[in-house]
Design a protein around this ligand. Structure first.
Ligand SMILES: Nc1ncnc2c1ncn2[C@@H]1O[C@H](COP(=O)(O)OP(=O)(O)OP(=O)(O)O)[C@@H](O)[C@H]1O
Length: 259
């Protein structure tokens, strides 16, 4: 692994992905330098989640490259993690590129604290005492330190999503991948999560953010990519993109195809 500070945390080149005959990604490039937030916006079915899942090795792809801190993390057409060495690499990549899903995916039978501690203790074999300290720190950071001993069902949707963010942070990843983190939430709960994401962006965390929320993308991104039918339609800094006529056209097709 290269450790130059100039090496992008995530670098995707000419990525192609198909499910059978359905071509979902048709040559996508994306670069996320350290400390940058890159948002992916696009109509439903444009391939945003698929791109994120390829980064996290939940999907393989047919062509192109994905590099994490200069290291090639793509298996082309061979299936993922068949070899034990590959499995170790998959764990390492998933630890470093921690994913926050739309549907929080908390374990119902574990308390919030246990949910946050689960992967660092059981998968990464870290010391439970140290992990607990970190877990409490991250729960406090996302504003739900007082919910550590509650069950997920006792929390609101916004609180559950914040717990899911704390769980991702507790892996101490090099980058966070957010897949529509606010779309399962009511507007007022959404704002709780938006505040946490903005605070993480202000801290200089590297993040890829898939969102339908133009305002969220505009407020916290260094770079915004509009994906349409598996290709990049437009991209740039929010200040260049938002409010100009090109983006208004994109906003049009977004609202026409919103899920
Ligand atoms: N496992 C799968 N098998 C077959 N087709 C899939 C699979 N996953 C996604 N697709 C298809 O790939 C296309 C892109 O899906 P993807 O979830 O990446 O879109 P998206 O841009 O994230 O959409 P949305 O905004 O609605 O979440 C869609 O046509 C979808 O039906």
């Amino acid at each position: 692994m290269t450790d130059s500070k100039d090496t992008p945390v995530i670098e995707i080149r000419d990525l192609h992905k198909a499910y059978g005959q359905l071509e979902v990604l048709k040559g996508v490039d994306l670069v996320a330098p350290r400390g940058h937030v890159v948002s992916l916006i696009g109509s439903s079915g444009s391939g945003k989640s698929t791109l994120l899942r390829c980064c996290n090795l939940l999907e393989d792809s047919q062509q192109g490259s994905i590099r994490f801190e200069g290291e090639d993390v793509l298996w082309k057409g061979t299936g993922l993690a068949r070899h034990p060495a590959d499995r170790m690499q998959v764990t390492r990549i998933r630890t470093n590129l921690s994913m926050v899903f739309q549907q929080f995916n908390l374990w119902a039978h574990l308390t919030i604290l246990q949910n946050v501690m689960e992967a660092p203790v059981t998968v990464l074999k870290r010391d439970p005492k140290e992990v607990e300290e970190k877990a409490r720190h991250y729960l406090a950071k996302v504003g739900i330190g007082d919910k550590a001993d509650n069950w997920p069902a006792q929390l609101s949707g916004g609180q559950q999503q914040r717990a899911a963010i704390a769980r991702a942070l507790c892996m101490e990843p090099r980058a966070l991948l957010f897949d529509e983190p606010t779309s399962a939430l009511d507007p007022e709960l959404e704002q709780e999560v938006v505040r946490v994401i903005k605070a993480l962006a202000d801290e200089g965390r590297t993040m890829l953010l898939v969102t339908h929320d133009m305002k969220l993308a505009a407020d916290c991104s260094d770079h915004v990519i509009f994906l349409h039918q598996g290709k990049i339609e437009e991209q740039g800094a929010p200040a260049e993109l938002f409010g100009n006529p090109k983006t208004e056209r994109l906003r049009g097709f977004l609202s026409a195809t919103a899920a």
